[in-house]
Structure formats: structure tokens, C-alpha cells
Design a protein around this ligand. Sequence first.
Ligand SMILES: O=C(O)CCC(=O)C(=O)O
Length: 175
Amino acid sequence: MIYVGCEGTHTSGHFDICASHGHNLMVYGNDGCAALWMMVSRGHANDARKLWHRNGGGVFSLDQDNLTMPSHLLAMAEFPIFAFEQHLGDLILIPSECAHQVINVGKGYTIKCAWNTTTTESLMHCLESILPVNRRILKPEIFRAKTQLAAVMNGAIKSLESKLWERSLLRSMQI
Ligand SMILES: O=C(O)CCC(=O)C(=O)O
């Protein structure tokens, strides 16, 4: 995903899809331009949900990316909010299930290149907790978590089968 931002543009609070881990690298930025990130740790994901809900976004606000919280309200939160200023060349890592929002500042443009990764842990969490929410709010399952899981299982079965076959071949040669 490529984000092109100029002063005042923003990305509303959200969790990255399918409980994946996010990576965001600023690859272009005019002098004085930056992106202000606000992030909540996974341990406070439910507190973040309630805060976004209370301030008008609705119960599934962070799953629907529909509200950018003003900084002064975030400053009053009763749990830690981590703030980062991202400049040209800075890489931001977004652990799975960490709510975050981004505001672009400075006269000019920034370009950020973002990608996501899935681990076995994040995939399991996605299947158990995220997909049921996605179904309720009709959010498309872009990462096709079940297909990923099927591909991983097929790969594991094939590798196991070929190891068993090699072993039985070796055994028959020894006889
Ligand atoms: O840079 C932005 O505007 C948003 C980036 C973001 O939310 C992400 O990479 O997950």
C-alpha cells in the first residue's frame, strides 16, 4: 500500500487487517514534513475500542476506520498512547492488534510504503476473533486468512509425505 499525504490529511484510527503486523517506511518527504503517529499497545486494545466508541465512532469504530481522534482527547486517555514523529527514511513497526492513527504535517508531501505480515499466531487470532467481527460489519476479508491457512497446511502435509516416502525408500534399500 502507498500513502501519499500532504498537510492535514490523515488516516483514521484502525487495527491493521486480519491481526497482521504492519510495516511503514517513509520513502519521500519534503523538508519539514512528517507524519504524527498515535498508537495503543495490544494490551489496551479494548480500552482503545471503548475510547473510539465513546467519542462517536461506534462499537466497531477501529474496525471500520471511521474516526480520527483529536490529539487533546488522546492526551486525556486513561491508558498509555505512544506518539511517534516519522520523517523521511523512518520505518514504523505496528505490532498485531495495536490501534493507530496518522496525521500528516508540514508544507509539502510525504510518501509512505506500507506492507503487512502474518504469523501463525496472528493468523490464529484472526480466525478466532477478527473474522467474526468482519462478518458482522460486512468487512471484506482481503487477506483470505482461511486460504492462507489451507496453503500452509497443504505445504506441511506435502513436506511430511515426501519425508515419509524418503524414509520408506531408504528402509527398503537397506533390506
Ligand atoms: O500513513 C498513513 O497515513 C497510515 C499508515 C497506516 O495506517 C499503516 O501503515 O497501517
